[in-house]
Design a protein around this ligand. Sequence first.
Ligand code: C2E
Ligand code: MG
Ligand code: MG
Ligand code: MG
Length: 282
Amino acid sequence: HAKSKGKNNIQVYETTLHHAVVYARQVLRELEIALSEDQLEFHFQPIVALNTREIVGFEALIRWKHPTRGLIYPDEFIEIAEQNDLVRAIDSQLLKRVAKTLSNWQALTNTPLYISVNISAKRFIDSQLVNEIEQVFKQHRLVPGSLLIEVTEHALIKNIGKARLLFHQLRSIGVKISLDDFGTGYSSLSYLNQLPFDIIKIDRSFVTSINKRKLNHPIINTIVVLAKTLDIELVAEGIESKLQLEILQQMDCQYGQGYYLAKPMSEHEAEKLVTNRSLKSE
Ligand code: C2E
Ligand code: MG
Ligand code: MG
Ligand code: MG
């Protein structure tokens, strides 16, 4: 009995694995087309100063406008792309595009404004990418501090010497680096200790845990104090309610991002907010 059940499980596993492999191959094939036919684009989500509701920047989030499947979100394809060399071509195309967008937006406003771009740590420590970042930064004469790179993964800590060098190179041309999804990795504190991050983004899971029933939030509170002590800017991710916003404000968290403030939007929609930087408060 147990034996046949085990056999079954293996079969299910193999079928699932087979599907995953077939899906990945299909995605890669179609991504190549997506790249040459301009189906990849960014949506932009405002990052807001919590006490004034003023937009200080936007996070660029990749979207795939698939001709038959509609809008596809990064969770469905970015990991697959990252396991293939195609990711280099994707990164370069998007980086060029975002630099152009940023320089267009900078021409529309005198107030400082940044765009932050997500880069997987595996790609980040590939020095070719950093050279490309330097190149577009200079080519578009971006204002220092206006381009931000968000990184998450553990690959940084495994290559700490290299990561330090890249941080130094990027900072010297005015690119800032933020630690994304802070608190979810098992060694978040260790990253902070070893690399000079400009910004910390508190992971959405901590913000989600703020609800009516629990009015004490020692972990977030500690992160706020930590960021202040280290003189690092702090952004809370995934603010979905008024209560969460108010509690984060009370705790003196500087910046935030989330559906309650504004959802990711098309470049065209975002551009309208560049000149009118304040989000309406209720
Ligand atoms: P992330 O960098 O942590 O981005 C935040 C994610 O949370 C985005 O999902 C955003 O749409 C979503 N979000 C923002 N506010 C809220 C909220 O209030 N509630 C909820 N439930 N979600 C919220 P998205 O766009 O699906 O991106 C998912 C992840 O994919 C990103 O997480 C990032 O790690 C990755 N990603 C996105 N764009 C790129 C890219 O261009 N390159 C790379 N390598 N990764 C990317
Ligand atoms: Mg991010
Ligand atoms: Mg994040
Ligand atoms: Mg994330």
